[in-house]
Ligand binder design. Structure first.
Ligand code: C2E
Ligand code: CA
Ligand code: CA
Ligand code: CA
Length: 390
């Protein structure tokens, strides 16, 4: 037999936006299409969330890759739900074998699915043989991430952005943390890239956006005008999603939050990744949310980008702050980065400030906002709340 696992992308996003009833209808339409493609001899069933499994006997010249191709082809046509044409992308992992048990094939098909998502280009992968070590590690990590998301293993911590020299909190940056049930905390530096390549960042990003807006709204209710604005990181893949501005608008609406209470952090590599991204950035700005250019100064075209990309804040990368050791050159660079911001009417935030000496120097060089371990480490929402109440 051949086992195929199909994952629909963008599905839970659509589900959130359309409501449960339309979501169910979409799910039924997808299941129906899969059954038609798989044919009467196959068994098709929903697995977890937006994943479907297909079990197909290898008869009459049926092949695994053939099944995968037909499934991909079938989803090039939008699904018709409640009078809307909805396009979901599908990724397929397959595994075939005579002597293997179905659970074993299912597990390998699942790994092949994760591997296909990592490569992004080829939308299906055959895992009838073995995967190489790195791909397998990433695939396992991606599978664990998906389970983690279903089981609520993610949380947000917030790092204060303060005003110099008083240290008063004016904003916070939301940073995601993952605590798997069965292991140590994994750093976002490790799992965000995997979430990006596997496409899971779309669902994870939607959760982050919702949670950050919920916390921002709660702070606003409790502390009024003194509540911190909340910065939310958005990755390259999220910026390529034309639904992103709609998702942000929905989250603001759901939590009755005014757009100027949040700032979306983007990186220049993300904006340059594709023409679509710049359009999305402009739409985000039109919503009225703040836009921060993260890791400013580390890319190749930071200055060019400022002409076309409607940002409101520049986050000056930690590398420029680290080097503030008193030499004229380093100070000249740090000063010019803040001057650029001031000239363009943008705010500059110095990132990764670790010492009092750095904070003093930055203030002397004209910086008004800073963030870093010297002021505060990222901490849970309740601790931010307590700090605000002081
Ligand atoms: P980033 O956006 O540049 O976030 C700043 C990182 O620097 C955070 O690491 C923060 O804890 C760390 N940091 C802050 N102050 C200091 C300091 O004084 N010294 C040092 N050495 N480090 C400092 P974290 O939380 O591990 O996040 C790493 C990266 O992961 C982030 O870099 C961002 O690119 C990504 N990331 C984190 N949370 C999210 C998220 O919710 N969504 C997305 N898309 N990416 C995220
Ligand atoms: Ca999915
Ligand atoms: Ca950031
Ligand atoms: Ca940064």
């Amino acid at each position: 037999v051949t086992v195929a696992v199909c994952d629909l992308d963008g599905f839970s996003t659509l589900n959130d936006r359309l409501g449960d009833r339309a979501g169910d209808a979409l799910l039924r339409a997808a299941a129906e299409r899969i059954r038609v493609v798989a044919g009467p001899d196959a068994v098709a069933a929903r697995l977890l969330g937006d994943e479907f499994g297909v079990l197909m006997p290898l008869v009459d010249g049926n092949t695994g890759p053939g099944l995968a191709e037909s499934l991909l082809e079938a989803f090039r046509i939008p699904l018709r739900v409640d009078g809307h044409d909805l396009l979901v992308t599908v990724t397929v992992g397959i595994a075939s074998g005579g002597g293997d048990t179905v659970p074993d094939l299912l597990r390998r098909a699942e790994l092949a699915l994760q591997a296909a998502k990592l490569t992004g280009t080829n939308r299906f992968r055959d895992h009838s043989g073995e995967l190489d070590a790195t791909a397998a590690h990433h695939a396992e990590l991606a599978a664990a991430l998906r389970r983690g998301l279903d089981h609520g293993e993610f949380r947000l911590v917030y790092q204060p952005i303060v005003e110099l020299p008083t240290g008063a909190i004016t904003g916070v940056e939301a940073l995601v943390r993952w605590q798997p049930a069965d292991g140590p905390v994994v750093s976002p530096a490790e799992f965000i890239p995997v979430a990006e390549h596997s496409g899971l960042i779309i669902d994870l990003g939607a959760w982050i956006l919702d949670q950050a807006c919920a916390d921002a709204a709660a702070w606003h209710r409790r502390h009024g005008a003194g509540a911190p604005r909340v910065n939310i990181n958005v990755s390259a893949r999220q910026l390529l999603d034309p639904d992103l501005p709609g998702l942000v608008a929905d989250a603001l609406h759901r939590h009755r939050l005014s757009p100027d209470r949040i700032t979306i952090e983007i990186t220049e590599t993300a904006v340059f990744a594709g023409g679509v991204a710049l359009g999305t950035v402009r739409e985000l700005r039109e919503l009225g949310v703040g836009l921060a250019l993260d890791d400013f100064g580390t890319g190749h075209s930071s200055l060019t980008l400022l002409r076309t990309c409607p940002v409101t804040t520049l986050k000056v990368d930690k590398s420029f702050i680290d080097d503030l050791n008193g030499t004229a050159e380093q100070e000249a660079i740090a000063t010019s980065l803040s001057t650029i911001a001031a000239t363009l009417g943008l705010r500059a935030v110095a990132e990764g400030v670790e010492t009092r000496d750095q904070a003093d120097r930055l203030h002397a060089l004209g910086y008004r906002y800073a963030q870093g371990y010297y002021f505060a480490r990222p901490s849970p929402a309740e601790e931010i709340d307590a700090a605000l109440a002081e």
